[in-house]
Design a protein around this ligand. Structure first.
Ligand code: GCW
Length: 721
């Protein structure tokens, strides 16, 4: 979707900060003495703040020495991290050693290294790559705590898990715990441009690039890799999928190598987004036809050069034939041809190519009621199933449109049987309030991941399909668009960081509940004050629903300004253009008919059991109704309400809930640090105001269209009429 108008962004940002400043001034008058130090949010969930003496005492038996086995840089990082965390939380200085324990120790090393010390100590199950085992055990006559894994990265993950337990005052006595990642791919994408701006980034400028170059000071890149490693993320694509051609210049590769160096101690692989036309555009070939041998040779040489400089390079992400980017269609080739020419260059080095399924025609004829952007990914990729090489991964957005507040899952997850898949989730809140509104997305992602596609009559939840857990798919997993920036607190808002944390935790274990994830995050981020934990958890858990209810309910899309900033209300902007984010609201009704019987036949892309859920209007869940059906405004929902009354009520309730957040937050003064207390209060006050703007805009819009009055008499009366 096109970029935001700078003037709108500017206006919005000014408005936001004006309100924030006013709120901060107002709240400072009522300040009371605080019990905790002010914090910036820079440490996110890795604060390691000191435990009280009582809590610290329960870790007295933690050995006073760490022993690193082998000579891996990542294990050394693990050793340093453990030392740092224990010093900060327990006030104890661990001594560091290597080789073999000479006293009670925390032993850090891969399973192979551990076996050279104690050949019979084995985990109860085989450890997959990056999985770890925490085990209290006698080793060479000493009481030890063993942190071991099949890879050195797993050892680091084990140490982070141990530190997380201490930070949340969990017992680490008699440990015997295996944790395995659900999928091999657990990556983030950053949409950073080489000029230092971030597309859809709301946390300041790029931590990697400035003025067309890699930044001199990459300390933030290293700190980011630490945050990522702590939640099990093992890869990061550093530049925008709308890729700048300059990213593959030899001089730029030499520069990005420095970022890879900053990532490496944390086991995070660096990857790049690339433009398919690069062979022609930057090196003067007269073609970028993926089937031309000169093009294949170009990619091979380019990739060899990258690996010469970055031996652990992860691979590429490709956005082609999408939103104006060039692609294989230029030469009448298909997406598998395009993916494979790159995959073959990467293959000898162990790299992978992510080929994005976000391919659609943004000049669709809106007059034609059978046209449907939602069908594009399946139509483009389903016919190519089995044609992709085994180190190519089709990267699929969770829904068929574009990160709306609610969408059904993309049918393409069930449409590929012999092709690697990864799910793309959006951590940065492009359509969900841009970090100025609270919107914790883990509950939404869980619905997506748990959604059963019923392939061949079997239980096949999306998480299963994307994780390389079905035959004919050697790999797969999770990709999150993160877009952290130079803002001290990374994402612009301390509470928004729960989405980054939650993405990592779900990619590691999608079986975790949203409640568990948010509880971990709150305790690590704000400490364990019971009122703070209870309040913040509850706010986060309800926030997606609240945002949905004052923006775009019943599956109609976010109803935001889709040709502008993707933030303000703008339901009219969806219609009468080729972008295809249509809700088809007119005087008679609202919603898109996507049925097989009378509509665009999008429903037919799902397996039969899922079709049954959506095809019949009477069966379709209320929260998806307008995604799948065009209905009169007076259509009665399962809830008993009419569609239009639901929209009125939902927007009023949503705005009230947003106001409640402010009232719920205020008692936390003195229970958390002052800085984040005030920052968040200002944001919530701003959000409450914006929710009223949304409420009035959408209610008045639907009232004007439908002419149906609000049964409760609220709509169309005020000055906004
Ligand atoms: O959601 C849309 C965004 C674009 C983005 C595109 C994509 C990077 O509005 O900013 O471009 O999706 O995912 O490629």
């Amino acid at each position: 979707m096109c970029m935001a108008e700078p003037s709108l962004v500017h206006r919005m940002t000014k408005r936001c900060w004006y309100l924030a400043v006013v709120a901060a001034v107002l709240t400072s008058a009522a300040a009371v003495p605080l019990r905790v130090d002010a914090e910036t949010g820079a440490e996110a969930w890795l604060r390691y703040s000191a435990l009280g003496p009582q809590a610290a005492k329960s870790y007295d038996r933690l050995p006073a020495r760490t022993v690193a086995l082998g000579d891996s840089a990542v294990v050394r990082t693990a050793q340093q991290e453990l030392t740092r965390g224990v010093a900060q939380m327990l006030g104890r200085t661990l001594s560091a050693g290597a080789g073999s324990p000479s006293e009670n120790s925390v032993i850090l090393g891969t399973l192979a290294e551990l076996h050279s010390l104690t050949p019979t100590l084995n985990p109860p199950q085989e450890l997959r790559a990056d999985g770890y085992w925490l085990k209290s055990s006698r080793v060479r006559g000493f009481d030890c705590l063993v942190v071991t894994a099949s890879t050195d990265r797993g050892v680091l993950y084990g140490v982070f898990a141990l530190l997380s337990k201490i930070a949340r005052a969990e017992s680490i006595a008699a440990l015997a715990e295996v944790q395995q990642p659900y999928a091999p791919i657990r990556w983030v994408n950053q949409w950073d441009n080489l000029n230092g701006r971030i597309e859809r980034g709301y946390g300041g400028p790029s931590i990697f690039f400035a003025d067309g170059r890699v930044r001199d000071d990459l300390s933030r890149a290293g700190q980011y890799a630490r945050l990522l490693a702590s939640i099990g993320i093992n890869g990061c694509t550093i530049n925008n999928v709308n890729a700048d051609l300059g990213i593959l210049d030899d001089a730029m590769i030499t520069q990005t190598r420095r970022i890879a160096d900053a990532f490496r101690p944390w086991g995070v692989q660096l990857a790049l987004s690339v433009d398919l036309s690069s062979p022609k555009a930057i090196d003067g070939l007269d073609t970028f036809d993926p089937l031309d041998p000169r093009v294949a040779e170009w990619w091979r040489k380019k990739v060899d050069e990258i690996y010469r400089q970055i031996p652990d390079f992860g691979g590429f992400v490709v956005k082609a034939d999408s939103e104006g980017r060039l692609g294989p269609s230029t030469y009448g080739r298909n997406h598998a041809d395009a993916a494979n020419v790159i995959a073959r260059a990467l293959k000898p080095h162990g790299g992978v190519v992510f080929y994005r399924a976000f391919v659609y025609n943004h000049h669709l004829d809106w007059h034609d009621l059978k046209n449907d952007r939602a069908k594009a990914a399946f139509d483009n990729f389903h016919p190519l199933d089995g044609a992709f090489d085994d180190n190519a991964i089709v990267q699929i957005k969770n829904g068929p449109i574009d990160f709306q507040v609610r969408e059904p899952v993309s049918p393409l997850f069930g449409g590929l049987r012999r092709t690697n898949e990864a799910i793309e989730l959006q951590i940065t809140q492009e359509y969900t309030g841009q970090q100025k509104h609270l919107c914790f997305l883990v509950p939404m992602w869980k619905e997506v991941l748990d959604f059963d596609m019923h392939l061949d009559g079997n239980t096949t939840p999306v998480k299963h399909l994307v994780a390389g857990r079905v035959s004919h798919r050697p790999t797969g997993g999770f990709v999150g668009v993160a877009n952290v920036g130079m803002d001290t607190n990374w994402m612009g808002s301390p509470l928004a960081m729960a989405n980054l944390y939650g993405f990592g935790r779900l990619a590691w274990d999608p079986g975790l509940s949203a409640e568990t994830i948010v509880d971990e995050w709150t305790r690590l981020t704000f400490g364990s004050d019971p009122l703070a934990v209870q309040t913040i958890n509850a706010m986060q858990l309800s926030s997606w629903h609240v945002y949905e209810s004052y923006t775009g309910p019943l599956g109609a899309g976010t109803l935001t300004n889709i040709t502008g900033n993707h933030y303000d209300p703008g339901p009219e902007s969806s219609e009468e253009n080729g972008w295809g984010q249509w809700h088809r609201a007119d005087r008679a009704g609202i919603g898109m008919d996507r049925t097989v019987a009378t509509g665009t036949a999008f429903v037919g892309q799902y397996p039969p059991a899922v079709q049954k859920l959506y095809e019949a209007m009477a069966e379709c869940p209320d929260n998806m109704l307008l995604f799948f059906h065009h209905v009169p405004y007076t259509y009665a929902l399962h809830s008993g309400k009419t569609v239009v009354q639901h929209v009125y009520d939902s927007h009023y309730e949503g705005a009230e809930h947003a106001a409640d957040f402010v009232a719920e937050w205020k008692p936390l003064e003195g229970h958390i640090d002052e800085e984040r207390y005030r920052d968040t209060l200002a944001r919530l006050q701003y959000q409450a105001g914006e929710a009223v703007v949304w409420r009035d805009a959408i209610c008045n819009w639907i009232y004007r269209l439908s002419g149906v009055p609000d049964a409760k008499g609220r709509v169309g009366r005020g000055p906004r009429q």
